[in-house]
Design a protein around this ligand. Structure first.
Ligand code: FAD
Length: 506
């Protein structure tokens, strides 16, 4: 570099992007742009550093599509996205060396491995003289901002939600970054379609029919949800045949839209609308609070990623039955509602919250298969696979989280089916084998008279499975297993108390 050129050289800032693939309300990108120096938006694929959940196949498809969309948006404002694969620190060092970058900015993440990785990177980059700055950007509040009066994390959702709602409202979202200065010598970048993402071919064929990925789709979806569905949200959200919820979850997971943007848009709609909008808005914000609670729990109890929060569940006698697990995964359990949901999941990468709770209860309580198996399958098949929300949902369903469904609360798949899909339309959409049954029999074909089955072209055990288990028997079996676990826990606690007493007496 000539001395003249070096006088004008402004050292670039690298913005390391991960699950914050957006231009609006992106604190790290905004801060980098504000410096006036060139900006290098960088995405590094490093699955080895992010743990097994990173190799989810449906969400890998989403990631590739989302990066493509972000790359277009960033090119439009002047700084092309650089995409690399490999060990994060090595890639950062290489780009720093090649471009003379003096600063690295990023938005914070809270999965246990991300926390460790960020801490190590901060140290290593500061040691080579980098200006490292991190920002809040993925939650409404940082996980350490919501603690009880004893400065402890909340364990009960109701108290957590009350505490969150009593805080000053989250900061307003930042405007979109409108212009970025590019670096003079653009670092090399891997084409997104050459990234080593494990995308199953079946997934890449079906998912594009159901989803439009990217920030502008997320923003449009939020507006449409507020205009068309917020009013009926509280009453319709559990019914799988209705498109009643926002379906923003994958957009939130990849940070194509920020939680603050969603919060303020819905809060404002609630403030300005009639009473049914207010009800819908309050219920929706409560669900967004579950997301905050999930991150809060994961941050304060990182072991929940794969261990039960209630330790007695460590010894629960989960069964190991590959055949049953496969039937559940593929939607061949013989319970039409369960099968409809599992097939919708396979095809679209998404099911509503009620269906998630019902299929989870069926796996852990009717089949006695472990919640970790279920969580693994969900993280492979959901487009919105998210460690915090997924483990919270599974631990809640299995009864082993702090604030969760009591283990003894076991969903009856037939009752749930009649309640949340009363006409059977949802089942008909996903389980064509039983579509000719009317709403009296569609929830429990095994009880239908032979003439009804013949008329509907169903031969149970041949054209559609017989139920994998009898729910009444399975319920008793689950309660028995739970009781044994409870008694074992009680005996261990009594033994511990006795031992403590013995020591005291000595
Ligand atoms: P909406 O009803 O429109 O809610 C808006 C947003 O609030 C959602 O996008 C989501 O970010 C958040 N939210 C809503 N309900 C919940 C909830 N119960 N817990 C935490 N956050 C919530 N959600 C994921 O994003 N990723 C997962 O991997 C995931 N796994 C789950 C597993 C199980 C067993 C269960 C019971 C729930 C799981 N959830 C998960 C939570 C919830 O089912 C989904 O967030 C929701 O169905 C997404 O649809 P939506 O965007 O239309 O939700």
């Amino acid at each position: 570099m000539s001395s003249d050129a070096s006088q004008h050289f402004m050292a670039p800032t690298i913005v390391w992007l991960r699950k914050d693939l957006r231009i609006f309300d992106n604190a790290a990108l905004t801060a980098a742009a504000a410096k006036g120096a060139p900006v290098i938006p960088l995405y590094i694929l490093s699955p080895d550093e992010e743990g097994k959940t990173a190799s989810s196949c449906a969400s890998s498809w989403w990631l590739a599509s989302s990066l493509t969309s972000l790359a277009n948006d960033l090119s439009g404002i002047g700084a092309p996205l650089v995409v690399r694969e490999g060990e994060t620190l090595s890639v950062l060092r290489e780009i720093i060396h090649d471009t003379g970058a003096a600063a690295v900015f990023w938005n914070r993440h809270y999965e246990p491995l991300s926390i460790v990785k960020e801490r190590n990177l901060k140290g290593a980059l500061a040691a080579i003289g980098m200006d490292v700055q991190t920002f809040a950007g993925n939650l409404l509040y940082e996980p350490w901002q919501i603690l009880s009066s004893k400065c402890e994390p909340y364990r009960i959702f109701g108290s957590f939600c009350k505490a969150l709602m009593s805080l000053p409202e989250p900061d307003l979202p930042l405007e979109a970054v409108s212009r970025l200065t590019p670096v003079e010598h653009q670092p090399t970048s891997i084409p997104i379609d050459e990234l080593n993402l494990a995308v199953d071919e079946r997934v890449s064929k079906t998912l594009p029919e159901y989803w439009q990925v990217g920030e502008s789709s997320a923003r449009k979806k939020l507006s449409r949800f507020i205009d068309e569905r917020l009013q009926g949200y509280s009453t319709d959200r559990d019914f799988p045949a209705c498109v009643a919820t926002s379906r923003l979850s994958p957009h939130l997971v990849f940070g194509e839209i920020s939680a603050r943007t969603v919060f303020h848009a819905v809060r404002n709609a609630g403030k300005n609308g009639g009473s049914s909008i207010v009800g819908g808005a309050n219920e929706f914000l409560r669900q967004l609070c579950w997301r905050e609670f999930a991150y809060n729990q994961l941050y304060h109890y990182p072991s929940i990623a794969d261990s039960p929060l209630k330790s007695e569940f460590e010894s629960f006698p989960w069964q190991c039955d590959e055949g049953m697990l496969a039937s559940w995964k593929q939607g061949n359990t013989g319970y039409p509602l369960i099968d409809a949901a599992m097939r919708e999941l396979l095809t679209t990468g998404w099911i509503n919250n009620r269906m998630r709770m019902i299929v989870a209860s069926f796996l852990v309580k009717d089949l006695l298969l472990s919640w970790q198996e279920g969580a693994r399958w969900f993280s492979e098949r959901l487009v919105d696979a998210d460690m915090a929300n997924n483990v919270l949902g599974w631990q809640w369903s299995a009864g082993c989280g702090f604030d969760c469904a009591k283990y003894t609360r076991i969903f009856n798949p037939v009752v749930q089916s009649a309640k949340f899909d009363p006409s059977g339309d949802y089942i008909r959409a996903w389980v064509p084998e039983v579509k000719r049954l009317d709403s009296k029999w569609i929830h429990k074909p095994w009880e239908a008279p032979n003439a009804v089955l013949r008329e509907a072209n169903i031969e149970l055990g041949a054209t559609y499975p017989l139920p994998l288990v009898d729910h009444k028997m399975a319920r008793q079996r689950a309660l028995h297993a739970f009781e044994i676990m409870r008694l074992a826990q009680q005996a261990t606690s009594e033994k511990k108390l006795q031992e403590a007493g013995d020591i005291g007496e000595r």
